[in-house]
Design a protein around this ligand. Structure first.
Ligand SMILES: Nc1ncnc2c1ncn2[C@@H]1O[C@H](COP(=O)(O)OP(=O)(O)OP(=O)(O)O)[C@@H](O)[C@H]1O
Ligand SMILES: [Mg+2]
Length: 249
């Protein structure tokens, strides 16, 4: 009888242990290590904060599909800035470009927005559109808004580079999630329409006259302020001059 009792107790304990182990195994929440995507903090070095939080702007650039416009005079560092952002997003998003040449291979040069996969970044230098069409301002503006509409639809991040904000109607500018304003030209600040003149004027005032290609004025829902940026590691003056050789598209 005693033997049976001991046997019974052992079996019960064994069953209990197995049940507990089984229960623990199926109820344990699998701890997947979440890969946190982040942008190097040194991408934008804050010089003067007007509003918001630079970190949330940095995160939004990587986590969301945003449309940005880089505005500025000739030689103000627009292409360099777009490629610096691309460099910071390398490995986190696929990078495509239209209207840029001599860029490293991981930036895929395409001639049509349809070739860009969703959840990637597409940089469009305005020359890509300008050279291809002897179009009126109105037509160019339409091209810009089409690009934006397609990007939204396809979940693409878009970065449009333009020298001349006159190309952009106020309504098209409103479609953008953020503006990166580089040093404007004299005429740009003087001759703009009132709504744009105000923001360009603010940026112009904030950006120093010396070393202006290093500065950029950010306007977005997340942040407004003046920041400094560096050149991309792979930068060469060949890229800066590459527009002259861009094919018509
Ligand atoms: N962050 C920076 N720091 C130092 N130099 C810079 C920076 N950004 C741009 N530059 C310099 O400024 C010059 C113009 O740069 P970039 O070609 O990017 O200007 P851009 O606005 O694209 O000109 P364009 O209107 O002719 O296309 C280049 O010689 C580049 O090396
Ligand atoms: Mg350029």
């Amino acid at each position: 009888m005693d033997t049976w009792l001991i046997f019974f107790i052992i079996v019960t304990i064994y069953a209990l242990v197995i049940t507990i182990l089984y229960f623990l195994r199926i109820t344990r929440i699998p701890r997947k290590r979440k890969r946190v995507k982040s942008i190097p903090r040194e991408l934008f070095i804050e010089v003067e904060r007007i509003n918001g939080d630079l970190d949330s702007f940095r995160s939004a650039i990587i986590e969301k599909s945003l449309i940005g416009i880089i505005l500025g005079r000739r030689g103000s560092g627009k292409t360099a800035l777009a490629l610096r952002i691309a460099e910071a997003l390398r490995g986190k998003k696929k990078i495509y470009a239209m209207g840029i040449s001599n860029a490293p291979r991981w930036i895929k040069i395409i001639d049509n927005i349809d070739k860009a996969q969703p959840d990637s970044l597409l940089i469009v230098d305005e020359g890509a559109i300008l050279l291809g069409a002897r179009a009126s301002m109105k037509e160019l503006n339409k091209k810009f808004s089409n690009l934006m509409a397609i990007s939204r639809h396809r979940d693409l991040s878009l970065l449009i580079i333009t020298q001349n904000s006159a190309m952009l109607e106020v309504n098209t500018l409103r479609l953008a999630d953020y503006l990166l304003i580089k040093k404007p030209s004299l005429l740009q600040s003087e001759m703009e329409r009132p709504q744009i003149k105000r923001i360009i004027g603010k940026a112009d005032k904030a950006i120093p006259d010396e070393d202006f290609p290093k500065y950029c004025y950010i306007i977005s829902d997340y942040y407004e302020g003046l920041v400094k940026t560096s050149l991309p590691g792979f930068w060469s003056e060949k890229i800066s001059k590459s527009m002259k050789h861009t094919k018509n598209i």
